[in-house]
Write a protein that binds this ligand. Structure first.
Ligand SMILES: [Zn+2]
Length: 168
């Protein structure tokens, strides 16, 4: 059986690429005021959402608590609820834009569980298509991603803004 949920491998590349590895990439993204550069989709009081720099599939997003912590059991109820509501919003937006057949939504807690950035907890929302394991295969050492990140970012921000407006 093939392992389908493996975004941590790509996320690990993010850490390897970053120049200053002493600063947590999530904390750095949250501290930045350039949402487009950090691919930050939104900021709420307790959590924020961003695109994965090395997506497993188009639209692969993450929600992280604002407070730097590494374990789900450290989150208070309000933060947990805000993150889960955020996952729902991402699923709605991704369904509208990309019509995925399913999602992987989950936490990898600890290095042994595959967390690439284990020091800052984050919730992956990964849209899936029935054939994506074939379509998204590694070709010549380069992962094939059908849409560039800036395009995905712009489309998602637009859809999020529209959906929030629709809720009044
Ligand atoms: Zn952090």
């Amino acid at each position: 059986m093939e392992t389908l949920f493996a975004p941590w491998r790509l996320e690990y590349l993010t850490a390897a690429d970053s120049r200053d590895r002493s600063v947590c990439i999530f904390c750095r993204a949250h501290a930045s005021d350039d949402d487009r550069a950090t691919l930050t989709l939104w900021r709420r009081s307790r959590s924020f959402a961003l695109l994965n720099l090395y997506p497993y599939t188009t639209g692969h997003s993450m929600i992280a608590p604002v407070n730097h912590c590494s374990d789900l059991t450290e989150l208070d109820d309000e933060t947990t609820a805000e993150m889960m509501r955020g996952a729902r919003v991402l699923m709605e937006v991704l369904r509208e834009l990309y019509k995925p057949h399913g999602f992987n939504v989950g936490f990898n807690v600890g290095e042994a569980a595959g967390a690439g950035i284990e020091e800052h907890l984050h919730l992956h929302v990964v849209p899936r298509w029935r054939a994506d394991n074939n379509l998204m295969g590694v070709v010549g050492g380069t992962r094939v991603i059908p849409e560039n990140l800036e395009t995905t970012f712009d489309r998602m921000v637009e859809a999020i803004t529209r959906s929030e407006g629709g809720r009044g």
